[in-house]
Design a protein around this ligand. Structure first.
Ligand code: ZN
Length: 264
């Protein structure tokens, strides 16, 4: 499945949501001066810290960005592109496609691709907001030239969707910083795990996936992972992963291209 000498792959992905998850949930929230400030921390402070870490450690990453966030934070997205990271689509307003009609979903995708096309010549990946794809998503992705999805939780290895050219890079909540550091059952701000706990959880899952020759897709949000202690933990995590033999840490499009070629 992997190139010679490689046992497992790792994709360190970043979902640069900005304010969109909150504004799409509650359009009136902008009237509360501090309500969106945690979200604003992501592009303002979290991304520069993450970019400098990735630069120091020579990590190539994929940033999934809602079109609206790219419009709101042009300079942040320019810095991401200038650093050589992959830019991929994450809807326009951050509305999960399963809540949309087919036409609405297609309009969101087209608008997102138009905006992101201003920052990157090659946008070939898509992650739905909250991984919430619809029954139309795969067909729409293929129609608009998207070559991989990173939304499904049904495997530990990448695969090609049946009857489609679209490659899947599977995710899971265990490998998502939001559920570890933020998400409670009734309240989005219900827990604060220590970084040590989360690093242990992720290393356990990574080592087990590595043994099985799979793909570890980490989903990070700058407003969450971008807190100073968590950025330090991310540096330690990357170092520990790299100390394991046969690990390939790279961008999603590189992994998806490899899978497509293997499967051709
Ligand atoms: Zn998101």
């Amino acid at each position: 499945m992997w190139p010679e000498g490689i046992r497992s792959a790792v994709a360190l992905t970043v979902d640069l949501d900005g304010e969109t998850p909150w504004t799409v949930k509650d359009p009136d929230i902008a009237a509360q001066p501090s309500a969106l400030s945690m979200a604003q921390y992501g592009p303002r402070v979290g991304v520069p810290l993450i970019l400098s870490l990735f630069d120091e450690m020579a990590v190539a990453s994929t940033f999934f960005i809602p079109g609206k966030s790219a419009e709101d934070y042009t300079e942040t997205v320019e810095a991401i592109a200038a650093a050589g990271h992959e830019i991929a689509a994450h809807g326009y307003t951050h509305t999960p496609p399963f809540r949309l009609t087919r036409d609405e979903e297609e309009a969101e995708l087209v608008r997102a691709l138009e905006v992101l096309g201003g920052f990157s010549d090659s946008v070939t990946g898509y992650r739905a907001p909250v991984y919430g794809v619809s029954v139309h998503t795969l067909e729409l992705l293929a129609k608009h030239g998207i070559r991989y999805s990173s939304n499904f939780m049904d495997d530990i290895k990448p695969y090609r969707h049946a009857g489609s050219e679209v490659v899947e890079l599977p995710v899971q909540w265990i490998m998502d910083d939001w559920t570890q550091f933020v998400h409670g059952s009734d309240d989005w701000l219900a827990q604060n795990a220590t970084s040590a706990h989360v690093k242990q959880l992720w290393m356990e899952e990574f080592r087990a996936i590595h043994e099985l020759g799979g793909l570890f897709v980490l989903t990070l949000h700058p407003q969450v992972i971008g807190r100073p202690s968590r950025v330090q933990m991310l540096a330690e995590l990357i170092s520990e992963m790299r100390s394991v033999e046969g690990v390939w840490i790279t961008e999603c499009n590189t992994i998806a291209n490899h899978v497509a070629q293997e499967d051709a």
